[in-house]
Structure formats: C-alpha cells, structure tokens
Design a binder for this molecule. Structure first.
Ligand code: THU
Length: 159
C-alpha cells in the first residue's frame, strides 16, 4: 500500500493587504450581492470575475419557487462570462455573501460542489490558474487555483 497526501496553501488577508485590482474585484462581488434574487434562503451571494483581457463579469444567486432550478452566484457569473468571451481565460474570481441579517458573513463562504466542478472545468479549459478571493468580515481567503478546491478532479482528460 502507498499513502499519498493532497494539500494546498492559501493566504488569509485583510483588505489593505490586497492589490488594488483584487480589492476592486472583491468590492464588485460585494456589490453583486445586492442583485441576488433569494426570497427563499435570504442568503445573498455575489461573484465577480476578471478575464485575462481585464473585463469583469458579475453574477448573483438566482432562486426559484421550484428550488432545484435556482443557480448559484458563481455559475451565474461564469456562464455569463464564457458565453460572452468563449476563449478568454478567467484569471480571478471573487465571492462574497450576506446572510439573513443582511450583513456580510463573518467567515468566508466557499463555492458549493457543483460550482467547484464548473470552475475547475473552465480553469482546465484555459490551462491557466484561476485565482480565488473569498471575502468575509474577518478576512479574505486567497487561493492560487480553484483546482485546489477539487482534488482528484474529473475533467476532460478523464474521458
Ligand atoms: N449559493 C451560492 O450562490 N453560492 C455558493 O457558493 C453557496 C450557495 C446560494 C444558493 C442558494 O441560492 C443560497 O446560496 C443558499 O444556499
């Protein structure tokens, strides 16, 4: 038997430690929470992503009375972006959320499993790392690759 280990590093930063570009993207993700349609969960999520050409696309979670048909903020934003710019790598995605009290979360929220699969596909398609910024009131988690969130991922190479 062989034991293997999978792990990754990330940073926890304060807003003033981010580059001006990253900070601006985080602000856009926070702003996007105000376009959330979440009458059922009252959990408002915003995502903002920057493409390699500098363009920024934002999205928010869009819920539905038929619960399972709603869509997370990350997938709303990234499908919008890749539909507009099919071959443009996404360099960084920022995510923020406000809870039922209306305030931004105390701790960062991380993309759900379905969003991880979609983000990983788009990173793999571009063959370039997509950085991740997870905002919260207590700090911002910064990761160098969304692939870190999905070790042993299933992707096009698996077929
Ligand atoms: N949600 C997101 O938009 N992104 C996440 O990363 C986690 C969850 C949404 C889905 C649903 O509208 C609400 O948050 C509560 O789960």
């Amino acid at each position: 038997m062989k034991h293997e280990h999978l792990g990754f590093d990330y940073q926890l930063m304060q807003p003033e430690e981010l580059s001006a570009e990253d900070l601006a993207l985080v602000e856009q993700a926070k702003e996007a929470t105000f376009t959330s349609y979440s009458p059922y969960s009252h959990f408002r999520v915003g995502a903002a992503l920057r493409m390699e050409n500098g363009e920024v696309f934002c999205g928010s979670n869009q819920e539905n009375a038929s619960f399972t048909t709603g869509l997370c903020a990350e997938r709303t934003a990234i499908f919008y972006a890749t539909a507009k710019c099919p071959d443009m790598p996404v360099t960084v995605i920022a995510i923020a959320a406000r809870g039922q009290d209306g305030d931004f979360t105390q701790e960062p929220i991380s993309p759900c499993g379905a969003c991880r699969q979609v983000l990983a596909e788009i990173e793999h398609r571009a063959d370039k790392p997509m950085r991740l910024l997870l905002y919260s009131q207590s700090g911002i988690i910064v990761m160098n690759s969304v692939g870190n969130l999905l070790p042993l991922q299933f992707n096009g190479d698996s077929l």
